[in-house]
Design a protein around this ligand. Structure first.
Ligand SMILES: *Cc1c(COP(=O)(O)O)cnc(C)c1O
Length: 465
């Protein structure tokens, strides 16, 4: 499989190089040159496979440089420590429309959010590729809470990787902080920066743009535009649809959306031949994507803080991958849109492009009060506690009522957002068993001022040569 850039000016790469490169050299994102196809018989043959075995089969055409048995061993290892034997179990909600309403629980990984599903695979794929190329990397990540700890768990004890996670000192919740800082492996470095999340991100950018430093430490990234993270998420759309009767029954998915990575994976599943009723793009008050699907205009606005912080974004970085398809895969059109976004704060797509997008996507926006009410209603009706991100998507599905079975993606464990949950249903959700001693575990982190030179010296001193 070859990968091409959404802006048409970067060299085509194979999977291994796409994995390590992240962003294309022309500023675009890599996408597969063609979508591998799954026939109805291929889909039926997935029924009854374990999640790791199904994952290996679905991912093989995207990663054709990896021998099949090796890929199967990697997926098996990636999901071995998930707290639920089904890895991403479906749970039926009471009521729902004619086809029923399910939650797909994506939060049974080590850091209690769906990012583990992709990151656990990514860390192992990085390790394999680095070993083959005889290279080492230093990963530097800024986090507002969830991504950093998922990256830490993905990288811990990997031979060829050192990782530095920058988070704003005193500005993440104690649960979020402890999930990262209690991992004591020698290649893991938590750094509390005396500043905001934006300042952490600016430090990472500053380090990347210091080319001599970047080369000196072989700096790399694991951010959400990495194609390998997106493709890992294709798997659960397909396995869950098959579990509910695909290809003979069409399923809808309601997806809490921020950077458009998760829901783009659903689109990829549809392009690969999974029959689907549709994808519901669900946003909180930060609704740039909802406004796009309503009007065809993509215009940035101020970011407001909500109870679902992982969806508080202004520009959805993975959205460029959809724009590329809507532009007939013409990179010059995408480049023009991105220029307009930077210079004029937005752009419009053609009526034909909007119609094409609406063949796959619907959208809905859910405000803060409704999110709280939804968490409370679900708890009273079913005894199930959901987190605020999940609540946004579940409410969108309830309001839009698609035909047939509906799957709402449950992207975080409610114990990660105890204040929002307590406000909605009056109880504080307990941490799951494997995390019960989180508050007693030893922590390790450094506190640094918001200063690039200090950070660079810190990284030089701690990374393994
Ligand atoms: C990252 C995240 C999302 C948003 O996913 P995108 O791929 O960025 O759209 C939703 N919910 C939770 C809990 C997340 O951590």
């Amino acid at each position: 499989m070859r990968y091409i850039s959404t802006r048409g000016q970067a060299p085509d790469l194979d999977f291994g190089d796409v994995l390590l490169t992240g962003l294309a050299r022309d500023g675009g994102l890599y996408v597969p040159a063609q979508w591998p196809q799954l026939s109805h018989d291929d889909l039926r043959a997935l029924a009854g496979l374990s999640y790791p075995d199904a994952a290996a089969r679905i991912l093989a055409p995207f990663m054709d440089g990896i021998p099949e048995d090796e890929l199967a061993a990697i997926t098996k290892a990636a999901y071995a420590d998930f707290a639920d034997p089904g890895v991403v179990p479906l749970r039926r909600l009471p009521g729902g429309g004619s086809g029923g309403h399910w939650l797909m629980e994506l939060f049974h990984g080590p850091t209690l959010a769906f990012k583990d599903v992709a990151m656990q695979l990514l860390g192992r794929l990085f390790d394999r590729e680095l070993r083959l190329q005889g290279r080492r990397v230093t990963i530097v990540v800024a986090t507002s809470g969830d991504t950093g700890s998922a990256a830490i768990e993905a990288c811990k004890d990997r031979e060829a990787i050192d990782i530095f996670v920058l988070y704003p000192h005193g500005r993440v919740t104690e649960v979020q902080r402890r999930i990262g800082t209690t991992v004591l492996s020698e290649n893991i470095h938590n750094v509390a920066i005396e500043g905001t999340f934006d300042e952490c991100q600016a430090l990472v950018k500053g380090a990347f743009n210091d080319l001599a430093f970047r080369d000196e430490i072989s700096m790399s990234a694991m951010n959400s535009i990495n194609w390998a993270r997106v493709v890992a998420q294709v798997v659960y759309y397909i396995t869950s649809a098959v579990a509910l009767g695909a290809p003979d029954r069409k399923v809808s998915f309601a997806v809490p959306t921020g950077n458009f990575g998760c829901v783009f994976a659903g689109y990829a599943a549809a392009k690969m031949g999974l029959p689907m009723e549709g994808l519901i793009v669900s946003t909180n008050r930060n609704d740039i994507l909802h406004r796009f699907f309503q009007t065809g205009g993509y215009r940035t606005d101020q970011v407001v803080a909500t109870q679902s912080p992982s969806m508080d974004i202004q520009v959805a970085s993975n959205f460029e991958r959809l724009l590329f398809d809507l532009a007939g895969r013409d990179g010059a059109i995408v480049q023009g849109q991105m220029d307009d976004l930077a210079e004029r704060g937005g752009f419009e797509v053609s009526a034909a492009a909007l119609a094409q997008a609406r063949e796959f996507f619907q959208s809905h926006r859910v405000d803060e009060e409704t999110t709280t009410r939804t968490i409370g209603d679900v708890y009273r009706d079913s005894g199930i506690i959901i987190d605020p991100h999940t609540a946004v998507a579940l409410r969108a599905a309830q309001d839009l009522r698609p035909d047939g079975p509906v799957i709402t993606l449950a992207t975080a464990h409610p114990a990660k957002f105890p204040d929002a949950v307590e406000k909605a249903c009056g109880i504080r959700p307990p941490l799951p068993g494997h995390m019960a001693d989180l508050y007693e575990r030893e922590e390790r982190f450094s506190i640094l001022p918001n200063d690039l030179t200090t950070l660079q010296d810190h990284i030089r001193g701690l990374r393994r040569a």
